[in-house]
Write a protein that binds this ligand. Sequence first.
Ligand code: PSU
Ligand code: MN
Length: 304
Amino acid sequence: MIPLQFSPEVAEARASGAPVVALESTIITHGMPQPHNLDTARKVEAAVRAAGAVPATIAVLKGQLHIGLSDAQLMALSRAVDVMKLSRADLAVAIATGATGATTVAATMIAAHLAGIDVFATGGIGGVHRGAADSFDISADLRELALTPVSVVCAGAKAILDLPKTLEVLETCGVPVIAVGQDDLPAFWSRSSGLSAPLRLDTCRDLVRAHLMRRDMGLTGGQLITNPIPQADEIPFDEMQIAVETALGDAEVLGVTGKAVTPFLLTRIYELTAGRSLTANIALVVNNAQLAAGIARELRNLEM
Ligand code: PSU
Ligand code: MN
């Protein structure tokens, strides 16, 4: 038996058929500094509610797989130390041994699917790291998108990654990478990566139709919906590159590897941009939560 724990709000939504949006928790524990992590988690949940859906932040707390957290649980998680970062490889071990861990995009997709949630909002996904030809560092998020039928709304892949290689792996995995409202692939802090997105859709209705068509056709895996950061909040790509290059150099000098790479780079870029990267990060996650709520609502309409 999987120890799934639904928050009262999510349980009610499931009973009434109200739209639900899954949210990850690694962004809280490993992606942002305190107290911004808690503020952002609350803001993102509020954005989902304001847009007419129910937020389900997902985490493993003492071996229970929580789908939806209370404010007290959210607060405790945001302040906890030594929280595990859980991806597909770690999720079952953490649950079986009573551990506490935050879920990455991969693990959140697995949990959302177990809970019957089709739509998930995050900031950025993991991808192919620069230097992957030597390090073999390719996020398990990509393979999860190939396996698990959840539509993931993000702001593109972070510029710390090798974006062309990330697109290649997603194509090999059969994952539709869809830009919303523009032709270019967004690059997290920046609206454009300078690369074309493989696919473009401009409405929630089309995004939902494509999601349902994959289901009807029995295609495994999800959709990657890339939503550009609002114009007012973006940091131009070239400007970010300087901070990104410095952070990558520091990671190499310090010998940072494995799971520690993404959190290290995010922290370093936060320092190097004097907090600007965080302001942009918060804005884009909220923006993604709003779009995801719209998609979840449309999904309920079309399913009925
Ligand atoms: N992007 C962010 N903040 C984050 C992450 C990505 O802007 O916190 C997290 C997500 O949880 C993502 C994970 O799934 O980093 C990817 O880690 P890795 O590269 O180790 O797979
Ligand atoms: Mn990795």
